[in-house]
Design a protein around this ligand. Sequence first.
Ligand code: ADP
Ligand code: MG
Length: 334
Amino acid sequence: QDVVNKIAAGEIIVAPMHALKELLENSIDAGSTSIEILVKDGGLKLLQITDNGHGIERDDLPILCERFTTSKLKNFEDLMSIGTYGFRGEALASISHIAHLRVTTKTANSSCAWQAHYQDGKLIPAKPGQSAEPKAAAGRLGTQITVEDLFYNIPNRRRAFRSPSEEYAKVLDVITRYAVHREGVAFSIKKHGETGAGFSVAAAATKIDRIKQAYGGTVAKEIMSFSTDDSRWGFRASGHATNANYSAKRTTLLLFINNRSVESSTVKKAIEQTYQLFLPKGGHPFVYLSLEVEPNRVDVNVHPTKREVHFLNEDEIVELVCANIRENLAKVDT
Ligand code: ADP
Ligand code: MG
């Protein structure tokens, strides 16, 4: 059974970035306004995330890493109106099957923090011979999750990662996307053993500040905001996109659907087409697009391994969003 669980987990968590995305979304779900990340060897050796969210009750710790343990879904209707990122209760379980996992957490009504270690979905002792029960520990309000030696028990996968810096870049990419999207939340990432943040943004930073910190001054300087909605298709869209003065070798698309970072080749293609008229020399834009659609119209993560997202009336919605961007592009003098 553990082998089956390990294989399933390895399909959900393919690289450090996938573990990080799940942990980051959990921290956001917990209402955190500060999220700090520490990484060693691109996340393969160490991936640690410390938040100041509402924490986890001590009594919930024993089953925390069992599959389908989630505090976010109470009934079928909830599934149709997911306001939080998680709803499958599979992330921590998966991680516990393919890495060493430690959780330190404190809620507001607990006088101390609690620390627990996990393996294969279950509590394990911190050291052989000790009790597996959570131990009282020092700690501030919030949760710290430490993931060490990712894929330690899948040697082939482990070997397939040639360059920690490539994995680090992908981890950083996940963070900068959420840093742009989530105003009011401070983010930082550091490489273990190095002073100075690899990236950081304060809670008070504005949207433009966030884009500037994460994607550079050139992008932030040539950016315009846009927004549109249509009740026929039940959507609202808003975002920031570069104008015709900006041109890059590749398109950068930060796409959020109902606050979840997703991939969509349909949206990407349509946006690239939109800019073709305005960037004749084959240049590409930076676009941050936050799309809100009625939850029952999206199939965000029907299957956890699926990164590509689809929603009802995709073509109509994408066309309207692109028309809106086009109007804004036409307005800007170049
Ligand atoms: P899901 O997010 O789908 O519910 P996860 O496996 O990601 O499943 O997390 C399981 C549960 O652990 C969550 O429902 C939540 O109650 C708790 N949890 C995980 N991370 C945090 C965190 N950073 N702060 C507070 N609670 C957390
Ligand atoms: Mg989750």
